[in-house]
Design a binder for this molecule. Structure first.
Ligand SMILES: Nc1ncnc2c1ncn2[C@@H]1O[C@H](COP(=O)(O)OP(=O)(O)O)[C@@H](O)[C@H]1O
Ligand SMILES: [Mg+2]
Length: 451
């Protein structure tokens, strides 16, 4: 109980008044410290964080304004109440403008001060809860980021501070580990959240197009430039630019990017006017960019600029504790009230997940497409997970009970399901995916009783 008591500092140069306040507030259950003048008050404010400060306005040396300033500077959450005597009313109003919470006239009634303190502390508590709540919802941009493993928890715990900084962030990790998701979350948590989050994939566009998308162009800058166009750097001004698969950027474009980072300015293609922007850059890669910088395929100076804050997402196989929660998350996302039996879960836990969370989500999707009932069993798990797939790590040894036929059937059935899932249930497309005629495909579906 004792450690939950709120801390109050009373700054008052009149001894009698100081003692009254001390006694009164102590009987209310607060933890009180008193300062006999302004400079003593400042000293205490430097040592400790108080929930609330009650200060006289008129004091020799450091006055109530000095205390207010110090309190707000060392701890913005601290509530400050000013005490006014005859003739200092104006000052009290002035103090309110500067950030004091309220003021009280001397002499005051005991109930009056009791109530004002209680209300102030309640309001402070509510505000703290509200800001915690805001932080939490910001962490969940679309549903949420599942994190049960110590490594993911640590990353999430760091995220608000990463977001607050304006330094560039390089997010690394294998494909499907959640780099996009984290980039989005960093922006959503950042002071830039009201401005745009602009994402561009450096691997999807040919060099020239990537350049004109990033920097924009003037009408006639090149064939096909029919009008002036803003680049992503302009659109992302005051916001965040996300360069996905940044390792794929050409060396020439790397130099241009470095220049923007160093000078904060760039030109549209075909323009001679410098444009100044304030853009924070998040980038992502599944390559070892440090290695690329060392062997010369990526500019080393750019690497350091982009990598001011590194965030590494471990592969799913190194954080298996996340798997059950992720499965649950994906089931819930699809409004499925299903769960896995022990064997099925074990299989999914032991898979290597080369495609990481993206692969896991796809597998969950496929399981759902074809499992009836509420319980998902081992038989519902696709063969590539169970290891009975050609090219996979098939473990069946020949001899002793080995049968080729059921194995082939299982593989065939599985590929039919896989194709159907990938084609979103469209049979003609699924047949194409397998290189089968529609007739033959339909025949096989019937053979395995797949609807
Ligand atoms: N920790 C996580 N919690 C919930 N969903 C996740 C998590 N990490 C990744 N995902 C989901 O997995 C998929 C792949 O993530 P993505 O961010 O696109 O990976 P990457 O950019 O690293 O290839 C996305 O649908 C994403 O929402
Ligand atoms: Mg991605």
């Amino acid at each position: 109980m004792a450690e939950h008591r709120e801390k109050i500092l009373v700054v008052e140069d009149e001894q009698h008044m100081r003692e009254i306040l001390n006694m009164l507030l102590e009987t209310e259950g607060y933890q009180i410290q008193t300062a006999k003048d302004g400079s003593h008050g400042v000293e205490l404010l430097e040592k400790e964080i108080f929930n609330l400060v009650i200060t006289d306005i008129k004091m020799p040396g450091v006055d109530g304004f000095g205390i207010l300033e110090k309190a707000l500077q060392t701890s913005p959450e601290t509530v400050v109440i000013m005490m006014t005597a005859f003739g200092t009313m104006e000052s009290a109003l002035e103090a309110m403008k500067l950030g004091a919470y309220d003021y009280i006239h001397k002499p005051f009634k005991i109930d009056e001060i009791r109530l004002i303190v209680k209300k102030a502390l309640e309001k402070q508590k509510m505000q703290r809860q509200l800001s915690l709540l805001r932080q939490r919802t910001a962490l969940e941009p679309d549903g949420n980021i599942v994190a049960r493993s110590p490594r993911m928890k640590e990353i999430l715990a760091r995220l608000p501070r990463v977001a607050e900084s304006r330094a560039n962030v390089l997010i690394t990790g294998e494909s499907g580990t959640g780099k996009d998701l984290i980039a989005n979350a960093i922006h959503a948590l950042s002071p830039r959240k009201e401005a745009d989050f602009v994402a561009i994939n450096c691997a999807n566009l040919p060099e020239g197009l990537l350049e004109s998308e990033l920097f924009g162009y003037m009408k006639g800058a090149f064939t096909g430039a029919a009008q002036n166009k803003q680049g992503y750097f302009e659109v992302a001004d005051k916001g965040t630019l996300f360069l996905d698969e940044v390792a794929e950027m050409s060396v020439q474009l790397q130099s241009k990017l470095l220049r923007v980072i160093e000078t904060g300015t760039f030109r549209r293609l075909g323009s001679t006017t410098d444009i100044t922007v304030d853009v924070r850059i998040l980038s992502a890669t599944n390559k070892d960019l440090r290695e690329a910088a060392l062997n010369g395929s990526f500019r080393e100076d750019l690497f350091y600029r982009l990598n001011a804050i590194p965030v590494h997402l471990p592969p799913l196989r190194e954080r298996k504790e996340d798997i059950p929660a992720l499965i649950e998350h994906f089931l819930k996302k699809r409004n499925k009230d299903k769960r896995l039996d022990k064997k099925a879960l074990e299989m999914l836990m032991n898979h290597a997940w080369r495609g990481n969370i993206r692969e896991l989500e796809n597998v969950v999707e496929r399981i759902l497409l074809f499992s009836d009932g509420q319980l998902i069993r081992a038989e519902d798990i696709p063969a590539e997970i169970t290891g009975e797939c050609p090219g996979g790590n098939a473990t069946a040894s020949l001899g002793e009970g080995f049968e080729l036929e059921p194995l082939l059937e299982k593989i065939e059935k599985d590929y039919l399901l896989k194709a159907l899932a990938q084609a979103g249930g469209k049979k003609i497309e699924a047949a194409k995916l397998l290189g089968l005629s529609f007739r033959s495909f339909r025949h096989r579906l019937a053979k395995y009783d797949i609807k």
